[in-house]
Design a protein around this ligand. Structure first.
Ligand code: 13P
Length: 253
């Protein structure tokens, strides 16, 4: 079975102490993940090591950075490289979240560089794609997301792309409480998988986890995750509440 993943994206929320308590509360609940299930906490940079030590003894719990820089190293004050992340034991990194694309002008080409640097440093990129409301209203979302994959991922070999997690996050559903319907999610995830299959073949495409993000909550996770091509979620707001995120983990297939 494909990996099924509940990924928490804390964004720029929580103090260090609040974060520690949140992790303690979540990890204090006895959830035995199955072999194919995984939980990933994408936390702010200063909390990565603390989070790594919190999950160290837990089966299939992992830590992710929320971003890395698109250059190897050098005079880029305030930035963090994939190599630095790797050297602290971080194995996952969100790449191309829509908030980074929008507020920090990240382009598909820059994201291709980030993906390369992550892979060179043994970090699994959680590659985000997704359309704005205007694109959905014009019904051009399928071409739009296909182009995002093409420009940031399709230079990779089949072997490399198997090391990627894709997250579909429609911008109109992020933080709005407006979730994609299961029909919309399944349709887009099947489309993304067919785009991947067109480039790499069905066997490769079938191995790549595609997560849904955008107002995933405790009360809709099970329904969303039941879609055949939805392999879990990338969760913002609801990942900051222990009881809610625990329910989301339990909703994994
Ligand atoms: P919300 O779950 O708050 O809508 O955020 C989704 C998201 O952006 C996760 O990366």
């Amino acid at each position: 079975m494909r990996k099924q993943i509940a990924a928490a994206n804390w964004k720029m929320n929580m103090t260090f102490q609040q974060g520690e308590k949140l992790l303690d509360d979540i990890l204090g609940v006895d959830i035995h993940l199955k072999e194919h299930q995984q939980v990933i906490f994408a936390v702010p940079f200063p909390y990565l090591l603390m989070t790594r030590s919190e999950v160290e003894d837990e089966f299939n719990y992992e830590v992710a950075a929320q971003n890395c820089y698109h250059k190897k190293s050098g005079a880029y004050t305030g930035e963090v490289s994939a190599d630095m992340l790797h050297s602290t034991g971080v194995n996952y990194c969100i790449v191309g979240h829509s908030e980074r694309r929008e507020y920090f002008a990240e382009t598909n080409a820059m994201l291709a560089d980030k993906v390369n640097l992550c892979l060179e440093n043994f970090i699994t990129p959680i590659f985000c794609c997704g359309e704005a409301l205007s694109i959905r209203e014009a019904n051009t979302q399928n071409d739009f997301v296909a182009q995002q994959l093409k420009e940031s991922l399709f230079h990779l070999s089949a072997k490399q792309i198997k090391g990627i997690i894709v997250a579909y996050e429609p911008i109109w559903a992020i933080g709005t409480g407006k979730t994609a319907t299961t029909g919309q999610a399944q349709e887009m995830h099947a489309h993304l998988r067919s785009v991947l299959a067109g480039q790499y073949g069905a066997d490769v495409a079938n191995e790549i986890p595609i997560l849904y993000g955008g107002s995933v909550k405790a009360n809709n996770a099970k329904e969303l995750f039941s879609c055949p091509d939805v392999d879990g979620g990338l969760v913002g707001g609801a990942s900051l509440v222990a009881t809610d995120f625990v329910e989301i983990i339990k909703a994994l297939k």
